[in-house]
Design a protein around this ligand. Sequence first.
Ligand SMILES: [Zn+2]
Length: 272
Amino acid sequence: MPELPEVEVVKNFLSSNFNGKRIQKTKIINKKLRYEIKSNIAKKIINLIIKKIYRKGKYLILLFENNYSLLIHLGMTGYFRVLSKEHFIKHDHLIFYFKSKLLIYNDIRKFGFIKFYKPEEVLNSSHLEKIGPEPFSKKYNFHYFKLNSNKTTNIKNLLMNQNFVAGLGNIYCSEILFDARVNPNKICKNLDNTQIKKIIRSTKKILLKAIKFGGTTIKNFAVSEEKIGYFKNELKVYGKENINCIRCSKIIKIKKIIQNGRSTFYCSNCQK
Ligand SMILES: [Zn+2]
């Protein structure tokens, strides 16, 4: 599932291709997504020029010059591809036609969505109104963490909570906690100050590095494919069950556990 780094890479890709470009028409091929694509979406965005594309957590926002916007979530398998002429494939859902390019949203598992909002509405939508601070923002700091982490939940689940911090998912939570040497089962209120500081530092460090390497789970861009998905070679624990921990020992093996229905990978020796 795309997490913050993947969505950031998609955002950068879309920005460099479509900022300032006018949508000439749209075509719905399959409206069935997590929320159905409204059939009047074409009427609403036709002829609009994209002013800015930005990201909040795992969400993409296409802001138009008249301040209308599209909120996009990639779900589990959503991705965009860019073509110079029509060539549709299975699981294509929505096509945006620009002067010389087509932007196509494809989503095999249909957990993603694309919603239209009037000016000022999108940030107050049910999806974004409670979303936590961006990990790179100054708001995600020691005092914020301390204030909001006096809980009996474990640290993995806290980091996964989008209302606590925006954009983290399974892959990066495992990698961040490994980098910070904190056990994912640790109860939040038992974290000491040093551990909290390490988690914050590791969050920013791992995400920045992942963006630099083009994310982990991205595939199927029509262009610039050589630059994406290479953080998968940098993963230290995620997906490494029963492989020796690269940090502490040649004997200790990475464990896989299930927390809140999601897998977590960690080293029980060097994560305390
Ligand atoms: Zn270890």
